[in-house]
Write a protein that binds this ligand. Structure first.
Ligand code: SAM
Ligand code: DTB
Ligand code: SF4
Length: 326
């Protein structure tokens, strides 16, 4: 399904604009809520089954001890959050987790490592993990930090379908959030991923203390990439004690829904993932997000180090809304 959409995306299509300016994006954000949601939902229906939601499962294959200083992240060594540094998991354990995820209904398995970038024997082991997860019949996704061109090539050869690497916020606000890696570094990793034919999963995070202009700036950057990312995760900050953002004010729920809707309008054929932060969202808010164009979630009771809704709760929500797995 996804590959079909990415192939379509490569053909010239007038609704796949990549020349958004900030004023146009802000004008979408400024629409009356009903007008914005109506437009987003129409776009959504044009390209997707509106009742189908893609389900991914996430596994932290290497937790904690990360040298980067992302102020939202419990895994950074810079902050005292109680998350200990662990070693890279064994390949067999990852393959077993993938099998369980498939049995629970996931179609994609995403492996996350708290690294600045993968290196040496650890990287070799991740290549093996990708092969084994694929053999379990799942789509594969990894998020391992920065990649060079050769690493992207090797991951592709091992069978990696998606690479997650987020821009996180606008280039204007980025320096307030992370100082150890630049926006340009991130763009270069995305280029290597794209150039090697791996689907790009790239989005951001809301609730960092950013302004609406920053949220618009993030979407502008994502939609103006050389190709729209095939998958766009929109995270709501999970505030973790010990991080500089532990007391960050919550992002307004309707502003979050607006951001999903604007993402849907700007990137009509991308899968928009309602990513971290769902435990703090009501069923009603999630329902609005699905109406506004979100069509992917993480399923399973843990994200990387923080919680995710109980799987039975998600099942009940899907039943209440008449949603099914894509
Ligand atoms: N270390 C890798 C990297 O940053 O490229 C991969 C893992 S990192 C956890 C992936 C993404 O998760 C981040 O870019 C950020 O958007 C999101 N994230 C991390 N901590 C979060 C939190 N506390 N709340 C919400 N999203 C978070
Ligand atoms: C993404 O954008 N969100 C996921 C995934 N990509 C790897 C990670 C969310 C992490 C939330 C904080 C934690 O559990 O540590
Ligand atoms: Fe490290 Fe990724 Fe967390 Fe940043 S978001 S501190 S790079 S694990």
């Amino acid at each position: 399904m996804c590959n079909q959409f990415s192939r379509l995306q490569k053909s010239a299509s007038p609704d796949l604009r990549r020349d958004w300016d900030q004023g146009e994006v802000l004008a979408l954000f400024d629409l009356p809520f009903n007008d914005l949601l109506y437009q987003a939902h129409q776009v959504h229906r044009m390209h997707f089954d509106p009742n189908a939601v893609q389900i991914s499962t996430l596994l932290s294959i290497k937790t904690g001890g990360c040298p980067e200083d992302c102020t939202y992240c419990p895994q950074s060594v810079h902050y005292d959050t109680g998350v200990d540094a662990e070693r890279l998991l064994d390949v067999d354990d990852v393959a077993a987790a993938a099998r369980r995820a498939r049995e629970a209904g996931a179609t994609r398995f995403c492996m996350g490592a708290a690294w600045r970038n993968p290196r040496g024997r650890n990287f070799e082991r991740v290549l093996e993990m990708v092969q084994r997860v694929r053999q379990e019949g799942l789509e594969t996704c990894a998020t391992l930090g920065m990649l060079d061109a050769d690493q992207a090539r090797q991951l592709k050869e091992a069978g990696l379908d998606f690479y997650n690497h987020n821009l996180d916020t606008s280039p204007e606000f980025y320096g307030e959030v992370i100082t150890t890696r630049t926006y340009q570094d991130r763009l270069e990793t995305l280029e290597h991923v794209r150039d090697n034919g791996i689907n790009v999963c790239c989005g951001g995070i809301l609730g960092l203390g950013e302004s609406r202009a920053d949220r618009a700036g993030l979407l502008r950057e994502l939609a103006n990439l050389p190709e729209h990312p095939q998958s766009v995760p929109v995270n709501q900050l999970v505030s973790v004690e010990g991080t500089p953002l532990e007391d960050a004010p919550e992002v307004d729920a309707l502003e979050f829904v607006r951001t999903i809707a604007v993402a849907r309008v700007m990137m009509p054929r991308s899968w928009v993932r309602l990513s971290a932060g769902r435990t703090a969202m009501s069923d009603e808010m999630q329902a609005l997000c699905f109406f506004a164009g979100a069509n992917s979630i993480f399923h399973g009771e843990k994200l990387l180090t923080t919680g995710n809704p109980d799987t039975r709760e998600d099942q009940a929500l899907f039943e209440r809304l008449g949603l099914h797995s894509a």
